[in-house]
Design a protein around this ligand. Structure first.
Ligand SMILES: [Mg+2]
Length: 275
């Protein structure tokens, strides 16, 4: 790695910096501290909501920019920048750049679909916290934070697979972009973690054009592929549950030998500190 002062680290959360099973990041704490002392930004790039991430940032002692809901929006602390980045809106103590229409767009669409596909689906906005806990496996507090979506809407399918096919066709006909995940069908705009990362890197470039920023991205899943392929260094983190994401092109590809946060620390220590 070249000059460490020009490094930006973009990282997935679940299964990457956080343990897949118990969400612990203990094996990565020492490395996180080293990066903080060197002022190397660690930028979460996650499918989680802003509400979920606000809590996590505190636990991780991260106070910089972050990307939520699979690339739907980037948030930059206003006090970290000399001027407002273009095309952003003020949101509390952050500049927010949205890459997706707001959630309300999808909720209207789903409301309208309820007659045609009656009883065949339910979605987060229509579920109680108890139903959300049962559907997601989260505890009450986490389910409440996960419910506070701003851009996308997860849909739980209850009908047959033929009906699901018709439902997806119907949504596409309405101009939506349904993405089938493991557990849910996600309605979001055409955004991904890679495009949001590129936009954020460009903001660093605009603020400090004399520096040659280098991106390192870490992820363990399919929704990390666009981010890993767009990074200068791609680090794939071994998962106990899913196979490694398939990367078609990469400047520099590294694969961890350990799972989750242990693999996260293992790869960054070797890459940045020759450990
Ligand atoms: Mg993950």
């Amino acid at each position: 790695m070249g000059n460490l002062a020009n490094v930006l680290i973009f990282t997935d959360m679940d299964g990457t910096l956080l343990d897949h099973h118990d969400y612990s990041f203990a094996p990565a704490i020492q490395t996180l501290e080293k990066l903080k002392n060197l002022h190397i930004p660690v930028i979460p790039n996650t499918s989680k909501t802003r509400a979920e991430l606000m809590q996590l940032r505190e636990a991780l002692k991260l106070d910089g920019a972050f990307i939520v809901e699979n690339g739907a929006a980037a948030y930059l602390p206003i006090d970290s920048l000399p001027k407002q980045p273009e095309d952003t809106e003020l949101y509390g103590e952050f500049w927010c750049k949205a890459f997706s229409p707001p959630r309300t767009r999808w909720l209207k669409l789903l409301k309208a679909a309820e007659t045609k596909f009656s009883g065949q689906f339910r979605y987060f906005a229509t579920m109680t916290i108890e139903e959300l806990m049962q559907s997601t496996g989260l505890n009450a507090e986490s389910a409440k934070l996960a419910a506070q979506r701003e851009f996308g809407e997860p849909i739980e399918w209850l009908g047959t697979s033929q009906q699901k096919h018709e439902f997806i066709e119907y949504l596409m006909g309405q101009g939506a972009n349904p993405v089938e995940g493991g557990r849910y069908i996600h309605l979001v705009g055409e955004c991904n973690k890679g495009a949001a990362m590129k936009w954020l890197k460009n903001q660093y470039h605009q603020q400090c054009p004399e520096r040659t920023w280098q991106t390192i991205a870490l992820g363990d899943g399919k929704n990390d592929i666009a981010m890993l392929e767009a990074a200068d260094v791609a680090i794939r983190i071994l998962s106990p549950t899913n196979s490694l994401p398939v990367i078609h092109h990469s400047e520099h590809l590294i694969t961890s030998s350990l799972y989750g946060p242990s693999g996260w620390a293992e790869c960054l220590e070797r890459l940045l500190f020759n450990a």
